[in-house]
Design a protein around this ligand. Structure first.
Ligand code: TXA
Ligand code: MG
Length: 360
């Protein structure tokens, strides 16, 4: 189905311009140009600190429809609205009084940054952005380029990750070009993303005692450990919502982040038994595990060579998955299970999805 969509989009190829942008320089002209493309209903790939986003004017339903078309994304999977600053939140959300202090706290602590808040939406947000849900996902990225483009547009930028549906999220402009080159008019290239994993998605809600809490809909760089320091965290599906029905987290489709090759997860301390005639590549955390020492690998790619730092592994995860996917000597990817703490949780979430069979 995905490939069918893609073949339809592929037929209408266009030239994709890539403009380099250094946020430390004066880039107002480039931001204006990108905003003009968006204002005319075009799509622009724009960097954030997590991954590159495929941006559209959030208030233009036709432009947002193009996002779904170009990505081959099902229309039941809603988009995140990127705002220039926290103040703009009130333009698109109706925050229940009981949750306002918690929202203020989260915004103060984690914005601008890799946190997305799912909140009851205002009428002005088109249905196509939220897939008809009564809530809207909002984010203020710490990346100057996305915020500047949203500021120049004067409206929120609706942007999912700039990859074809179900594929690995792009963390650089060349990765965006591989995914969407020829089907969008403009890519803003500000180099590699500093976080490398998509934002943590939170839904403020009430716990069983009626106190404000957050539900983690997607693990990400704002870890549970960080969240617990400032608020209560309830399990997905727990807690109750105010003035909004419980949205499922449609992005939680099982086979998201899929490389084209099969991917298996394996305990780094347990021996791996290769199948005859299959060529394996290993994605290892540090490169010094008993698993990495086996001689059955055609290729070994460490996420954080030697040092074993989760933050470094997170930044490199998608790029390494892509490199392994493109490696001609490898048929099947084996990835070491990572420590299930902090960013390790978010990475394991992505790896588990990549390991799920495509099309499930
Ligand atoms: O870091 C990120 O979040 C990147 C950058 C570009 O901002 N964006 C991103 O977007 O990862 P996307 O579309 O790939 O993932 C957004 C997720 C989807 O899985 C979607 O289901 C979920 O957010 N989402 C959006 N609106 C929602 C809502 N109202 N309720 C629940 N989940 C929602
Ligand atoms: Mg995505």
């Amino acid at each position: 189905m995905i490939d069918f969509w893609w073949s339809m989009v592929y037929d209408s190829r266009m030239e994709t311009r890539v403009i380099e942008v250094d946020p430390l320089e004066d880039c107002r002209r480039i931001y204006k140009e990108a905003a003009a493309v968006l204002a005319e209903g075009g799509l622009v790939a724009i960097p954030t600190e997590t991954v590159y986003g495929l941006g559209a004017d959030a208030f233009n339903p036709d432009a947002v429809a193009k996002v779904f078309e170009v990505k081959g994304r099902p229309s039941f999977d809603p988009l995140i609205c990127h705002l220039p600053n926290g103040k703009a939140l009130k333009d698109i959300t109706e925050i229940p009084e009981a949750l306002q202090p918690l929202v203020d706290k989260l915004v103060k602590e984690f914005w601008p940054g890799p946190m997305t808040l799912v909140l009851p939406r205002k009428e002005c947000v088109p249905d196509i952005v939220t897939s008809g849900l009564p809530t809207v996902a909002c984010r203020v990225t710490s990346h100057e380029v996305m915020r500047a483009v949203a500021r120049a547009l004067g409206r929120p930028v609706a942007a999912p990750s700039a990859n074809r549906f179900g594929h690995i999220s792009p963390t650089s402009a060349p990765a965006v070009m591989k995914e969407l080159g020829g089907s969008i008019p403009l890519v803003l290239d500000a180099g590699a993303c500093s976080e490398g994993l998509e934002s943590t998605i939170l839904q403020p809600c009430l716990d069983e005692k009626g106190n404000p809490a957050v539900r983690v809909l997607r693990e990400g760089p704002v870890t549970r450990e960080k969240l617990r320091k400032i608020c209560k965290v309830v399990k997905p599906g727990k807690g109750s919502d105010i003035e909004a029905a419980t949205p499922c987290a449609p992005g939680m489709l099982k086979s998201h982040y899929a490389p084209t090759k099969p991917l298996l997860l394996h305990d780094p301390k347990e021996p791996f038994t290769p199948q005859e005639g299959v060529r394996y590549g290993l994605i290892t955390y540090q490169g010094d595990s008993p698993l990495a020492a086996q001689d059955c690998w055609e290729e070994v790619m460490p996420l954080s060579p030697g040092s074993g730092r989760l933050a470094e592994a997170a930044v490199r995860l998608f790029a390494v998955m892509r490199a392994m996917d493109e490696c001609e000597a490898v048929d099947v990817i084996v990835a070491e299970e990572l420590p299930k703490m902090g960013l390790g949780m978010a990475m394991m979430d992505r790896l588990n999805r990549a390991a799920a069979q495509r099309g499930e």
